[in-house]
Design a protein around this ligand. Structure first.
Ligand code: 7PM
Length: 307
């Protein structure tokens, strides 16, 4: 009969589970020296500020402090919640940069930016000396792609300074990580690694509320591993810490679409939307305005439309 719903379809209404852990899972805000990043009602946007001559997308553009500061101010105006300043490219096969060179690149930018903005600044480094100088210059968060493993002085620095830290999963080192990556169960292995680093950090005196976790999309992962991790984000969100996800213009999107970095915006937005539905709280991106709009729509699904 027209208009009648088959009884077995009605029973699926009660079985229906919400689309997203974001609808049920909440996580506490992160306190920084320059304000609180709150995830209760919206996804936070981290703008990428590469101060390097060789990054895969924006390389060379800002190898000059005043250009880098101008770009960061533009990202702040577009609604970035955090600016992530990095002086060493971690793309696959990239050469390591000396500590002195990394300092020369990032410190003037952080000092200059700090004078002009009150938002949170993160320092993308695994070197404790760079992190220390960056914190002294006004940075608020340590973004360590090695999850505190590469420099043995990093863990005590973060504990002493009482700043939030991002622990990211990576297989191997940036130079070697993309050489035939293999996992038996990538989601389980990344989860177990992050849990182990989390406990090590807390044992060293880093507050649980200061720890942000990140699956490290593209760091020692084949295309299928990156997709499995995006599908498995709810499992990582269940660790109960804020989740940061970086998909912006990465190679896995290029592989799906057969497009170079300049033509990966739409794919990046789709991946960001999927990450937010999976429970991500911070999205690390080159395109702050566009990603902000995409996230606001997903946030309305996640948290309700009243902002
Ligand atoms: C290949 C891999 C090329 C990675 C470029 C990149 C992340 C990060 C980077 C991330 C955190 C890029 C990167 N990616 N820090 N630093 N999470 N926490 O896209 O996903 O700039 S470097």
């Amino acid at each position: 009969m027209p208009g009648q719903i088959p009884p077995d379809l009605n029973s699926t209404l009660s079985q229906f589970t919400p689309l997203t852990p974001g609808l049920t899972q909440t996580c506490d805000p992160v306190e920084t020296r320059h304000g609180i990043v709150d995830f209760a009602r919206r996804t936070a946007i981290m703008g990428i500020l590469n101060v390097t001559p060789d990054s895969f997308y924006d390389g060379g553009r800002r190898f000059d402090a005043s250009q880098a500061i101008a770009d960061a101010l533009a990202m702040a105006a577009e609604g970035a919640d955090i600016i992530d300043v990095g002086g060493e490219s971690t793309r696959p096969g990239a050469q390591a940069v000396s500590e002195a060179e990394e300092l020369v690149r990032v410190i003037p930018v952080i000092e200059g930016l700090r004078r002009q903005v009150s938002l949170a600044i993160s320092i993308d480094t695994y070197k404790s000396a760079v992190a220390r100088a960056a914190l002294d210059a006004g940075a608020d968060i340590v973004n360590d792609i090695s999850a505190l493993r590469f420099d043995s002085a990093m863990i005590s620095l973060v504990a002493r300074e009482k700043v939030p830290v991002i622990l990211m999963h990576m297989r191997g080192t940036p130079r070697t990580m993309q050489a035939d990556p293999h996992y038996d169960d990538v989601v389980r292995e990344v989860r177990d690694f992050l849990a182990a680093q989390l406990y090590e950090a807390m044992d060293a005196g880093i507050a649980a509320e200061s720890i942000i976790l990140d699956p490290g999309i593209g760091f020692g992962k084949a295309l299928e591993h990156n997709l499995e991790l995006l599908r498995g984000l709810p499992i990582l969100a269940a660790l109960g810490h804020p989740l940061l996800v970086g998909v912006s213009r990465k190679t896995f999107i290029g592989k799906i679409l057969n497009l170079g970095p300049d033509d990966r915006l739409e794919g990046s937005l789709a991946a960001a939307a999927a990450a937010v539905l999976g429970g991500a709280n911070i999205i690390r991106v080159h395109d702050v305005a566009a990603t902000g709009k995409a996230c606001r729509v997903i946030d309305a699904l996640r948290f309700g439309a009243a902002q």
